[in-house]
Design a protein around this ligand. Sequence first.
Ligand code: SF4
Ligand code: SF4
Length: 343
Amino acid sequence: MNVASPATARTVGFKHGERNVFFHLLTACNLSCRHCYINPDQHGTQTLSLETVRQWLRLFARSEQETNLILLGGEPTLHPELPAIIRAAKNLRYAVTVDTNGYLFHDLLNRVTPDELDYLSFSLDGPDAATNDPIRGEGVFDRCTANIRRAVAAGFNTSLIYTVSSLNVEQLPQMPALLSDLGVHRFFIQVIGLRGSSATPQSEAATHWQVEPQQWLEIIPQVAAEAAQRGIHVVFPKVFLDPGEQFQCAGIVSENYFIFPNGRVYRCPLCEDYPIHSAVIENNRLVPCDGLTEERFFQLTIPEGCVMNRLLQPGNISYHSDGTPVHCISCCLLKQEILPVSS
Ligand code: SF4
Ligand code: SF4
């Protein structure tokens, strides 16, 4: 392993004017991952028509600036008109990413060109089938990696998302070698949130999923540095702010929209399991919501940092004997990155 010139992580602060739109086109999926956060009761079960998607894309597009668009599901490639959606988005000046579980339905690679899609992002939760498939499903590792190779060979920009939990954190150090072999350009490391099925008591004890802070801090930066040494751009969540680092809530300082098929629009991903969305799309118009919405929570200032994390995942926080938190938890949307180390 060559880590002679260590690549250092830098925090990617919230940039003024940056806009990110996370658009769930449908909630249907062919898989049943154990940590899936999709919640049809809160997010709807419909598949949006091409015309509706076009209308909704117009609501969030800006002609004077590029907006990042991440097309999601469920599994977005189950949408038969995904290529037309991608083209419509490009015409509205979006930079488009499709987040897929790797199945690439409806022959996606032959129906769009690498020029039409900024990134094709695959989800994989292990460096081998023995780790990945118990989390994501039988046969998923082979199918997903075969399609990554096809996408890379066809000239698409590819990225890979690895959701770290106690089930796969020890295997994470094996990922940089696999990514090099696959030819993946960008690596997103996520930490599991205690939401959706990962938090339901009937599935398994929620705490079994969590990674200890020390484990996260020891393993993730090293793996990220090694991937960067291999020429891969790595992005991972900040999670714990350093002493003196300023806390900022993306709901206040940044423009992120999480759109669901039932028309709900959230500004914070931690709020998505609750009917506290900021706005709703009605008759193709964006209507702000009244009453107790997530925006009320964004205003609260607490020493623990992120209010929603304190409310929903209090087990993430430990305290000194005087009651002060050991770590200030950053906004879950705050990222660190390590740029590829050029050879
Ligand atoms: S691929 Fe995504 S949407 Fe489908 S079950 Fe897995 S996490 Fe959920
Ligand atoms: S994760 Fe926390 S800090 Fe970030 S937008 Fe949500 S409430 Fe704000």
